[in-house]
Each structure stands twice: as structure tokens, then as C-alpha cells.
Write a protein that binds this ligand. Structure first.
Ligand SMILES: C[S@@+](CC[C@H](N)C(=O)[O-])C[C@H]1O[C@@H](n2cnc3c(N)ncnc32)[C@H](O)[C@@H]1O
Length: 302
């Protein structure tokens, strides 16, 4: 039965645990690439090949796209702008780290990430860490689109709630003696708090001095302004109805301490894009306002 659902999901919408939201964020990047004004916030020509046929039909048709983004998903649409911003934030920081000589990239909860495809010539080994089912669905879709998996891309099956990240990564060829960039976008809120701290401990165990870590997290409800609570509740309702509830949130003033990062990691940036959207969006007005629910952290291993 699970296999049947998975096959059906390949053709229509992802139904594998973890993949439904991965598909929605890839659809956001694909829709931006297909329909937004240039210059784009982030350029992802591969995302369209990773979303199912139903999303491809939506993105390929201006009225369907309008209906989904401006009517059906209207209540949560500011979150799509945050998805684009975090993708750009991550690209920029990985590229800067590559310029500084970092040659290993670990994408935690990679979903339908396409960095390895978009930047094939950086000389970086890319380790995409995800649930086995999510990674399998991604590989099926790459194969269906005739996109070969490049040699520098390694799939590493890990369940953050159960498995040892360090062990799995070293078996896959990751070198803990060399610095790496760890990207963990769009995942922390789906995990139990212990799995978030456990995964960060795992990262700390294999991150050589000079390694970098970037991730996003969601504000706890009491830290969300009254005017944004409707958005907060709508988003939680939507992802719950898709079987992937957002269960873990943080107080921005305490998050670094609470996650046990203060001693070993220097905070390079702790950003709230909703405070200064111009930094990411410039003067553009063709995307919805930024969801004021998420923050971005960028740290360096001492
Ligand atoms: C919303 S997607 C984020 C994808 C991508 N990082 C991005 O920013 O677009 C969440 C990803 O986390 C993965 N995930 C969720 N729970 C997980 C777990 N317990 N262990 C490993 N990966 C998990 C899902 O499979 C999915 O690919």
C-alpha cells in the first residue's frame, strides 16, 4: 500500500512523510522561476522537475497559479516569500564559504534542494541528508526528468529523531577533520525539540573549527505580534492538515542558549527578514510581504 501511494505521489502530489512540504517549497521556487519579474530573488530552474505533475500544471497555467497562490493559499502566502528569501540567504552564504575554501556542504533535511545541480563546478562535495523515503522520491523524480545525479552529490539517509548523524555522514565520505557548511533550512519546526538539540549536538560533534551552520526557526506564538497571529494559526493549520505539523518554536532572545550553541558557535547573523524586507526584496512589489514568523541564524564554529 505504501509503495502504491508513493508511486501515485510521484505522478501527482508527494504523499511520502516529509515530502509534502518539501514539494510545496520546491513549487514556490519553481513558480518564482517561471512567473516572477526579473531579477529573481533566487534562480532555480531545476525545481519544476522535482514537483509532481499537479504542481507542474499549476505553475504552467497563469490562471491556475493565480487561483492557488492568490485565492486558495491566500492566508499563508507571505510564507512563500520567506521560503525564497531563505533559499537566497543560504545560496549566498554557501558561495561565500566556498570562496573561503570550504569544500564540504551538508544539507540537512535537503528535500528537493537543487544547490548541487545549480552549482556543479565549485569543487564541493554535497551531502544531502534526509529521510530515506524523501530521498528516494527525489531520486525517482530526477530520473524521470533525465537529470543525472552528479558525482559530487551524496544521499545520506538519516532520521533526525533516531539516527546518528555523525556516523551516517562519515560512512558516506564526509571528513570531520575538514571544515564544512551545514545548511538546515525548513526543518527545525517539524521536529520535536529534543531532535533539534540532538541534531545540533551531532553537527557539533563533526564540525571542524571554521565550519558554518545556517538554519531557520519559527517564533513561538507568544513572540508573534497580535496582528500576525492569524497567519501563524493558518500556517499551523495548513501543515497539520498535510500531516506534517510544525511543533517546535523558539523565543528569539533565548534560542542560541536553549539550543546549546553559545559556547561553541559564534553568531555571525541572526536575521528577521520581516524587519528589513528591502534587504532581500529591494523595491520589488510582485511578491507578497514577508511572513513575520521565521528567523535565520548563521553561525561559525569556534
Ligand atoms: C520543508 S522541507 C525543507 C526542504 C529544504 N531544506 C528547503 O529548505 O527547501 C523539510 C524536509 O525535512 C525532512 N525531514 C522532516 N523530518 C525529518 C526527520 N525526522 N529526519 C530527517 N529529515 C526530516 C523532510 O523529509 C523534508 O525533506
Amino acid at each position: 500500500m505504501a509503495e502504491v501511494e508513493r508511486r501515485e505521489g510521484t505522478e501527482n502530489l508527494a504523499r511520502v512523510r516529509g515530502s509534502r512540504t518539501a514539494e510545496m517549497v520546491a513549487a514556490t521556487r519553481a513558480g518564482h522561476y517561471a512567473r516572477a519579474e526579473r531579477p529573481l530573488i533566487v534562480e532555480d530552474p531545476y525545481a519544476i522537475h522535482l514537483v509532481g505533475e499537479r504542481w507542474q500544471r499549476v505553475i504552467g497555467s497563469s490562471w491556475r497559479h493565480w487561483l492557488i497562490t492568490r485565492v486558495l493559499l491566500r492566508k499563508v502566502i507571505p510564507t512563500t516569500t520567506f521560503v525564497l528569501i531563505r533559499a537566497r540567504f543560504t545560496d549566498d552564504r554557501i558561495l561565500a564559504a566556498a570562496d573561503r575554501g570550504i569544500r564540504q556542504l551538508v544539507i540537512l533535511g535537503a528535500g528537493f534542494d537543487t544547490f548541487a545541480l545549480r552549482y556543479p563546478d565549485l569543487g564541493i562535495q554535497v551531502f544531502e541528508v534526509d529521510l530515506a523515503a524523501s530521498a528516494a522520491l527525489k531520486q525517482e523524480r530526477l530520473a524521470a526528468a533525465d537529470i543525472p545525479v552528479p558525482e559530487h552529490l551524496h544521499f545520506v539517509n538519516v532520521d533526525f529523531e533516531r539516527d546518528s548523524l555523525g556516523e551516517r555522514l562519515t560512512v558516506a565520505g564526509f571528513d570531520p577533520g575538514e571544515p564544512a557548511f551545514f545548511s538546515w533550512m525548513g526543518v527545525t519546526f517539524y521536529l520535536a525539540r529534543e531532535a533539534v538539540t540532538g541534531t545540533l549536538l551531532g553537527v557539533g560533534g563533526i564540525a571542524a573549527r571554521g565550519s558554518e551552520l545556517a538554519f531557520d526557526y519559527m517564533n513561538s506564538r507568544e513572540c508573534v505580534p497580535e496582528s500576525e497571529l492569524a497567519l501563524f494559526d493558518s500556517l499551523l493549520g495548513l501543515v497539520k492538515s498535510h500531516g506534517e505539523p510544525m511543533i517546535t518554536h523558539f523565543d528569539p532572545t533565548a534560542v542560541v542558549e536553549q539550543l546549546g550553541l553559545a559556547a561553541d558557535w559564534e553568531v555571525l547573523e541572526h536575521d528577521f527578514p520581516a524587519d528589513n524586507p528591502k534587504r532581500y526584496l529591494g523595491a520589488r512589489t510582485d511578491v507578497p510581504q514577508v511572513a513575520p514568523l521565521f528567523r535565520l541564524l548563521h553561525l561559525r564554529r569556534r
